[in-house]
Design a protein around this ligand. Structure first.
Ligand code: ATP
Length: 207
């Protein structure tokens, strides 16, 4: 397949809900997966125009000795300063959007998954053809996050409070995968969704 625009499924969910895990399962079935966190890193890679734009706006203090973006220093600069944060986002978001679109255009498959952690929070629902939400109860979300990251339960809970609620995400969802059981339980549902997305992509192409 070439030339035609792929059908885009936006995958979202709270921190540690299982977005990456679910995306890996779709990838194993052949679906291309685009990770917007990875795009966000690529657009400010060493020597990129994105990094040059950040240095022009925020100064060389945001660079490490190796000339890479020092994310901790960048965060410190904009922390609790909404105007600077807005300026940072005004530089990054268009670059991430263009970088993501380039990957979508190059996907070479009837549909692709785009993992967008803050899809609901940032009002991006209309930019995708379908929304797949990965949902888990908050207690399990906290347990999985603290097992994976060096965070305390209260730090994980604080991050969750800054994100959309389960109800807000459910309201935006076309499909929901409930990820509280073992992954083996989810695999048949993922296979069903994969077939469904291929059908939706084919129908979309006919219209
Ligand atoms: P983030 O928002 O932080 O990027 P995420 O939504 O991509 O996270 P994952 O990294 O996929 O979430 O999953 C969070 C943690 O939970 C990981 O350590 C992962 O291995 C584990 N996990 C995900 N799904 C399951 C499952 N069904 N059973 C057990 N552990 C799981």
């Amino acid at each position: 397949m070439s030339g035609a625009r792929p059908y885009v499924v936006g995958v979202t969910g709270g921190i540690g809900s299982g977005k990456s895990t679910v995306c890996e399962e779709f990838a194993a079935l052949g679906a291309p997966v685009i990770d917007t966190d990875q795009v966000a890193r690529e657009v400010v890679a060493c020597g990129s125009p994105g990094l040059a734009a950040l240095v022009a706006a925020f100064g060389e203090d945001i660079l490490s000795a190796e000339g890479e973006l020092d994310r901790r220093r960048m965060r410190q600069q904009v922390f609790a300063k909404p105007a600077l944060r807005q300026q940072l986002e005004a530089i990054l978001h268009p670059l991430i959007r263009v970088g993501t679109q380039a990957k979508i255009d190059a996907a070479g498959y009837p549909y692709c998954l785009v993992c967008i952690p803050l899809l609901v929070e940032r009002g991006g629902v209309n930019r995708v053809d379908r929304v797949l939400v990965i949902d888990i109860p908050e207690a399990l979300q906290i347990a999985r996050v603290i097992a994976r990251d060096e965070l305390t339960a209260s730090e994980a809970a604080a991050i969750i409070r800054t994100q959309a609620s389960r109800e807000q995400r459910s309201a935006a969802a076309d499909d929901v995968l409930e990820n509280s059981g073992p992954l083996a339980m989810l695999r048949p549902q993922i296979a069903t969704l994969h077939t469904h997305y291929l059908q939706l992509a084919a129908a979309d192409r006919e219209t």
